[in-house]
Design a protein around this ligand. Structure first.
Ligand SMILES: Cc1cc2nc3c(=O)[nH]c(=O)nc-3n(C[C@H](O)[C@H](O)[C@H](O)COP(=O)(O)OP(=O)(O)OC[C@H]3O[C@@H](n4cnc5c(N)ncnc54)[C@H](O)[C@@H]3O)c2cc1C
Ligand code: FES
Ligand code: FES
Length: 480
C-alpha cells in the first residue's frame, strides 16, 4: 500500500499518497493550488512560505509558525496545517487590517508570510503581546519593499488591541477561543482538536521500510539535498514522539534528539542552570527556524560551527544511538572523527542526548560572532562550563566552533585551567595552549588570523562575564 498522510488542511480533511519527502510548500502550491504560500528563497531565510502547524500535545493544541519550504509532507500526519487562505474570513482579520492601515504592504509577496507570523504570535500561549514580541515574531520574515517601520507600526496596533495583559497567562485553549471571538482566526478552529483525535495512528496506515534518509527538522537536509528527498525513501523522525521531550532524573538532563532549539531555550529546567539561554538563542536563526531545528540534527549534520553542538559539547553530553534493537552510547567529545566523519553507522539514529545536571556552583556561558549579529551562522562560536569555588577553578569544559574541522573541545586548555586560581595570570597562561589546540582556516566567514583573535576574545569574554568579581575586561587591555 502507498504511504498515506492524513491531516487537516485549513478546514478540510486530507488523505494523500504524496511522497512523504515532498515539501509542504510544493504540495500546497502544485497539488492544492493554494498559492498564497509563496516560494521565495526555499532555504528558510525569507519567510514567504510561512504556514501554521497545529499539533495535539497532552490533549491541548499548540500552533507554531514554520517555513513550509523545509518541511516534509509526511510530518503532517495527525496535524492541522493552516495557510494564509485558512485565516481568511469575510472581512479582513485584525492582523490584515493593521497591515493595511499602516501601509505595511507594497508588492505583497512577503505579506501572506507576515500575516501568518503575526497571527501565530497572537496565538502563542503564555506570551504577552508587546512590542518586543512583535519583532521576535517577524524575525523570520523579510520584506524588500516597504521596510519594517510600517510593519512595526502595524504590530503596535495589535499590541494596543491584544496586549491588554489578560492574555499573558492564557492557556492555548483560552487564547484560541479569545482570538475566535475577536475574529482574528476563523470559527472552524474550535472543531480542530476533536477532528484531529479521529485521525488513525500512523502505524495503522503505513508500513516501515528501511529509509535512504532521515529527516528531523529538515532545516539542514532540505537545503543540502532538497531535490533528492521527494523521490527517496525517507524516515520522518518527527513522527516518533518518544524522541521528544526534556526530563531531569538521577542527576542527569535527558533531551530527546528531536528537541527543538526553541523548546530547549524555553524550558524551565534548562533556564535554571543557563539563565541567559533565551538571549543566546536570539543569535541563532529565527523563531520559525528554531521551531523546527532539532538538537539531534545540529549534532549529526556535523557542522564545525553548529551552535547547539558547541553548547552541548561544553555540557559534557553523551549521545544514545539506536539501530533496530541495538543501542549504544558515545560521548559527544569522541563522536567526531574528522570533517563530517562520525562515529555512527548510516542506519543509526541519535535518540537521546544526556549530560550531568550542572550543580549550583556551575556557570555556563555562550559566545558567537557572525558577519551579521543575528540570523546568521557563526564565524566562531564558543561555550564554557565552569565550576568554581572561592576563586578556584574546580572543573572546566571549554569548546570552540569554526576553528577546526570538527566542533572542538579544548581538552588541554581545560586541563590547564582546572585547579588554577581565577585571575589574569591563569587566563594569560591558558591562551597559548588554546592557540596550539585550534587550527582555523581562512574562508568567507573570516581569515584564520581573525578567528584566532576571536578565540582570545571569547576566553576573556567568558571569564569576565561569568566572574566579574575576580576578572574585569580592563585587566586584559591595560596600557602602562
Ligand atoms: C535559515 C537558517 C538559519 C540557520 N541558523 C542556524 C544557526 O544560527 N545556528 C546553527 O547552529 N544552525 C543554524 N541553521 C542550521 C540548522 O537549522 C541546524 O543545524 C539544525 O539543528 C539542523 O537540525 P534539523 O533537525 O533541521 O536537521 P535535518 O535537516 O533534519 O537533518 C540534518 C542531518 O542530520 C540527520 N539527522 C537529523 N536528526 C537525526 C537523528 N536524530 N539521528 C540521526 N540522524 C539525524 C539527517 O539525516 C541529516 O543528515 C540554520 C538553518 C537555516 C535554514
Ligand atoms: S521560501 Fe524563503 S523561507 Fe521558505
Ligand atoms: S511588500 Fe514587497 S516584499 Fe514585502
Amino acid at each position: 500500500m502507498a504511504w498515506q498522510t492524513h491531516f487537516i488542511l485549513n478546514n478540510q480533511k486530507i488523505i494523500t499518497s504524496e511522497s512523504p519527502g515532498t515539501l509542504v510548500l510544493d504540495y500546497l502550491r502544485r497539488r492544492e493550488r493554494l498559492v498564497g504560500t509563496k516560494e521565495g528563497c526555499k532555504e528558510g531565510d525569507c519567510g514567504a512560505c510561512m504556514v501554521l502547524v497545529g499539533e495535539l500535545v497532552d490533549n491541548q493544541i499548540e500552533y507554531m509558525p514554520m517555513t513550509s519550504c523545509l518541511m516534509p509532507v509526511g510530518e503532517l500526519h495527525g496535524k492541522h496545517l493552516v495557510t494564509v487562505e485558512g485565516l481568511n474570513q469575510e472581512h479582513l482579520t485584525p492582523v490584515q487590517q493593521a497591515i493595511v492601515d499602516e501601509g505595511g504592504t507594497q508588492c505583497g509577496f512577503c505579506t501572506p508570510g507576515i500575516v501568518v507570523s503575526m497571527t501565530a504570535y497572537l496565538m502563542k500561549s503564555g506570551a504577552t503581546v508587546n512590542d518586543e514580541g512583535i519583532k521576535y515574531a517577524l524575525g523570520g520574515n523579510l520584506c524588500r519593499c516597504t521596510g519594517y517601520a510600517s510593519l512595526i507600526r502595524a504590530g503596535k496596533i495589535l499590541v494596543d488591541t491584544f496586549g491588554d495583559g489578560a492574555n499573558a497567562g492564557q492557556k492555548q485553549e483560552e487564547r484560541l477561543a479569545d482570538l475566535i471571538s475577536r475574529k482574528a482566526i476563523p470559527e472552524y478552529f474550535h472543531s480542530i482538536p476533536t477532528r484531529l483525535k479521529k485521525i488513525p495512528k500512523l502505524d495503522s496506515v503505513n508500513s516501515k521500510k528501511t529509509p535512504d534518509y532521515f529527516i528531523a527538522g529538515g532545516t539542514d537536509i532540505y537545503v543540502q539535498k532538497g531535490e533528492l528527498l521527494p523521490d527517496s525513501r525517507v524516515e520522518v523522525l518527527n513522527l516518533h514522539p518518544e524522541m521528544k521531550g526534556i526530563t531531569v532524573k538521577n542527576g542527569k538532563v535527558h533531551l530527546g534528539a528531536l528537541t527543538t532549539f526553541e523548546e530547549f531555550a524555553d524550558h524551565p529546567e534548562i533556564l535554571k542552570f543557563i539563565p541567559n539561554m533565551k538571549a543566546y538563542m536570539h543569535l541563532n536563526a529565527s523563531w520559525q527556524i528554531r521551531n523546527r531545528a532539532t538538537l539531534g540534527g545540529n549534532i549529526v549534520n556535523a557542522s564545525p560551527i553548529g551552535d547547539m553542538t558547541i553548547l552541548l559539547l561544553a555540557l559534557d553530553s553523551t549521545l544514545t544511538l539506536k539501530e533496530g534493537r541495538n543501542r549504544r552510547t558515545v560521548p559527544l567529545k569522541s563522536f567526531y572523527k574528522g570533517y563530517k566523519v562520525l562515529d555512527k553507522t548510516p542506519k543509526e539514529i541519535v535518540t537521546e542526548i544526556t549530560f550531568p545536571l550542572p550543580g549550583p556552583e556551575t556557570k555556563i556561558h555562550f559566545e558567537k560572532v557572525s558577519k551579521r549579529r543575528t540570523l546568521d551562522i557563526a564565524s566562531v562560536n564558543s561555550a564554557i562550563k565552569v565550576q568554581a569555588e572561592d576563586g578556584l577553578i574546580k572543573d572546566v569544559h571549554l569548546t570552540m566552533g569554526g576553528v577546526a574541522p570538527v566542533p572542538l573541545f579544548l581538552e588541554q586548555t581545560s586541563e590547564y585551567l582546572q585547579g588554577n586560581i581565577l585571575n589574569k595570570e591563569t587566563i594569560m597562561g591558558a591562551l597559548p595552549i588554546a592557540m596550539a589546540e585550534v587550527s582555523p582556516i581562512s574562508d568567507v566567514r573570516g581569515s584564520a588570523e581573525y578567528k584566532r583573535l576571536l578565540v582570545r576574545q571569547f576566553m576573556i569574554g567568558h571569564v569576565t562575564k561569568l566572574f566579574p568579581e575576580y576578572l574585569k575586561v580592563r585587566d586584559f587591555y591595560e596600557t602602562h
